[in-house]
Ligand binder design. Structure first.
Ligand code: ZN
Ligand code: ZN
Length: 335
């Protein structure tokens, strides 16, 4: 099973990327000189433009903007369709999609390789991660590895140094790269996932999975309480829950790089923020995480509650997970 590259490997990957990109174009086009010319222009532009400028220059990403506006518009119906049953479903799915899907699956397993699982479990966690509404695993992992490699320096897709709102959500509304080269971005930052056909197929299931879960929520609501309950389940179980999970994840990128205490001296602005630590199931202890990205535990003090790590430990006890990285450095491994 492929292991996620550590920070050093990511930085080497970044250093070699210009050559890699050029080689790709050379082998895939009939008109080499034209592609070489394009690449030279793109690379000289890259040298001049910041990550934010590159994204803005690439133009709006209408599918992503449309998706996020649609979800927020649906959540506006929340006060008119409240029920305690739907609220309970909302809270359960917030934990499932947020802690199990994003924090455990997308982040600690797929991005950082903090533990190992069998392939079907890896795919299941990637699928549950998609239920967060945050896009497919390939793109999420690629963006996040790029964030670690460039944290709060040029090349970081979402640094608060480019603006608080930009780091929170606005960065998502703009295209991935200057040339719209989605595949190049994925292959460069998440080659281990890009090779996995099942992982790609799960990515294609992103939108259908939300349509199906919406229909299931409608059907369950109708079955237990009629039309009002059906609408309540849809609004709270899907729209409100997705908006909650999205903003709490985004607060890790914004608030946890702006406010909080620093336990470790890192080269970025990462902070440990107790509010995000609680709401994001342990991911708000973000300074700890930037200091030791592969560590499965992100709460490093006894009072830094980390519910995602608790779930990883349960997986380890039941034999579903192994090789949990619960040491800071390789040299600490068997201490
Ligand atoms: Zn960060
Ligand atoms: Zn990370």
């Amino acid at each position: 099973m492929a292991i996620a590259p550590d920070e050093t490997e990511l930085r080497e990957l970044e250093a070699n990327s210009a050559t890699g990109l050029l080689d790709k174009y050379d082998t895939e086009t009939a008109d080499e000189s034209l592609w070489q010319q394009d690449c030279a222009t793109a690379m000289s532009d890259e040298a001049q433009l910041s990550e934010q400028q590159k994204r803005l220059a690439a133009g709006p990403n209408y599918p992503v903007m449309g998706w996020l506006i649609f979800l927020h518009a649906g959540a506006l119906a929340a006060p008119f369709f409240f029920s305690w049953e739907a609220f309970a479903v909302c809270m359960f799915l917030y934990w499932l999609a947020g802690s199990i899907g994003v924090c455990m699956g997308y982040h600690r397993l797929l991005t950082h390789g903090s533990f190992k699982v069998h392939k079907p479990m890896r795919w299941l966690l990637a699928f549950i991660g998609g239920l967060s509404g945050e896009g497919c695993a390939l793109e999420w992992v690629a963006n996040h590895r790029k964030h670690h490699a460039h944290s709060d320096h040029d090349g970081d897709p979402h640094s608060p140094r480019d603006g608080g709102l930009w780091s929170h959500m606005w960065w998502l509304g703009w295209s991935v790269s200057c040339s719209g080269e989605y595949e190049a971005h994925i292959n460069r930052w998440a080659p281990d996932l890009a090779r996995d056909r099942v992982m790609r197929w799960i990515g294609y299931m992103f939108l259908p999975s939300h349509i199906v879960s919406g229909l299931v929520l409608l059907a369950v609501g109708q079955w237990i309480g009629g039309p009002y309950m059906a609408a309540s389940m849809l609004v709270w179980g899907l729209f409100v829950r997705l908006v909650i999970v999205l903003h709490i994840t985004w607060f890790v990128n914004s608030w946890s790089h702006m406010w909080g205490y620093r336990t470790y001296e890192t080269t970025d602005d990462s902070r440990n923020n107790w509010l995000i630590g609680l709401l994001a199931f342990g991911e708000g202890w973000h300074n700890n995480h930037h200091a030791y990205p592969r560590m499965a535990a992100q709460g490093h003090k006894w009072w830094e509650l980390d519910l995602t790590y608790t779930a990883i430990r349960v997986m380890k006890w039941t034999g579903l997970a192994w090789d949990v990285v619960d040491y800071k450095k390789i040299s600490d491994r068997n201490k």
